[in-house]
Design a protein. Structure first.
Length: 426
């Protein structure tokens, strides 16, 4: 493991924690096209909050020439002498839920410009089986003029970052690895094994590793869709879903999934990647897409339930003031990518209500740019006709909800953290 120099392409929720980890042992260059992001990191701060400032500053280097450490840059020349390139750019879907591979293509072009004989390119971005070898490798070959598995090699190691999770950090999550040849697979596995304390699993091929990634999150998506459907059924029957799940959970092999809004860059996206590839082979994946349809409708369902409760309490809907607690895609995390809380907000607004958003974790600028919505980072001082909790941020547990309510107001809890003093919950 001598003379290794690593470049991480993309310094977001996945790339930065990985770059920080590799930087503790190897000279590591973090590359990102966002100059502001690079400057922020070199100043010792991570706005995604995945790496705390002290930990980041401890590994930072002020120069790209070091024995070990992390240097962040947006200059292509700084990664020219690296021999391992790890791509961690996002892979979203478009408005019709078709995979967008543009970030991968551009990242591959970037790497291709500096690729040399003997180098290895590893992809971590979520893809459907075949993308690395069928989509990315041709870009590398065309841009570099080098031949795959002769001049340069490839690997795939799916990211397993859980944003906001300070317990299951990157080094504590077992890593799946793979390579374009058996020998390269062993080298890629050894590279990750040198920093991942939880261990590694070497898959027999890149496609197997790619497939493993998409089914991990598809499985979770389907299970959550099942309990979301249960929540709808039990609500019609007047039965508390959380009490049912608590009772069923006493069996040793019952899976503890809970109903909720399923967004984010993984669970809310990965099933579409697998479905897209399946359809190219002439197979229509019924269960996978049914689960996604169920979860994609939950925002509209929550909004309709809130409005129904307001009507039952004779609250005038048009012009009413509703407070939504949370706009990030999950608790205690600033990530607003593909958040389904927005579906709740937009559907409530469609009834003519005035929706106010309080989220202490979300970036005002990012929410405004991404969704055209205004969010407050400070607890509200006024009262509302309804309060809807969509994200279980720890700060909400300290709120005195009663002081936020107008007389006869509605409280709806999608996460089941407010106890039994609510009018409705999933």
């Amino acid at each position: 493991m001598n003379n290794i120099k690593i470049a991480i392409i993309g310094l977001g929720y996945v790339g930065l924690p990985l770059a920080r980890l590799f930087g503790t042992k190897y000279p590591t260059i973090g590359f990102d096209i966002n100059e502001g992001r690079v400057q922020e990191l070199m100043n010792g701060h991570d706005s995604t909050l995945e790496v705390d400032d002290a930990t980041l500053r401890n590994v930072l280097s002020k120069t790209s020439k070091m024995d070990a450490g992390l240097f962040c840059t947006n200059q292509l020349g700084d990664i020219e002498d690296c021999n391992y390139y790890i791509v961690t750019v996002p892979t979203p879907v478009d408005s019709t839920n078709r995979p967008i591979l543009t970030p991968l293509y551009r990242a591959s072009e970037t790497v291709g410009k500096v690729l040399k004989k003997g180098d290895t390119v590893i992809y971590e971005s979520t893809v459907y089986p075949g993308v690395t070898e069928e989509e990315c490798i041709p870009v590398l070959e065309k841009t570099s003029g080098l031949s795959f598995n002769s001049d340069f090699f490839a690997g795939y190691s799916p990211e397993r970052i859980n944003p906001g999770d300070k317990e299951h950090t990157v080094e504590k999550i077992l890593k799946v690895t793979s390579g374009s040849t058996p020998e390269v697979g062993k080298k890629v596995d050894a590279l990750y094994a040198s920093v991942i304390t939880a261990g590694t699993h070497l898959a027999p091929s890149i496609k197997v590793a790619e497939a493993a990634k998409v089914i991990e999150n598809s499985q979770r998506d389907i299970n959550i869709a099942f309990v979301n459907e249960l929540a709808k059924i039990f609500n019609l029957m007047g039965i508390d879903t959380h009490q049912v799940l608590e009772a069923a959970g006493t069996k040793w092999n019952f899976l503890p999934f809970k109903p909720g809004l399923v967004g984010g860059h993984c669970i809310g996206v990965d099933p579409y990647y697998l479905a897209q590839k399946a359809q190219e082979f002439g197979y229509h994946p019924e269960i996978i897409l049914a689960g996604r349809r169920m979860n994609d409708t939950m925002g509209k369902y929550v909004a309709s339930e809130v409005i129904k409760l307001m009507v039952q309490k004779d609250i005038k809907i048009k012009g009413s003031n509703i407070l939504v607690l949370g706009i990030t895609f999950k608790e205690n995390c600033p990530d607003v990518r593909n958040t389904k809380a927005v579906d709740v907000i937009n559907n409530l607004a469609s009834y003519g209500t005035m929706v106010h958003i309080y989220d202490p974790w979300a970036s005002k600028e990012e929410v405004a740019n991404e969704y055209g919505l205004e969010v407050s980072n400070n607890p509200p001082s006024s009262t509302f006709d309804a309060v809807v909790l969509t994200v279980s941020h720890k700060e909400y547990l300290k709120l005195d909800i009663s002081k936020l309510l107008n007389e006869n107001a509605v409280v709806y809890d999608t996460k089941g953290i407010l106890g039994d003093t609510v009018d409705g919950r999933l």
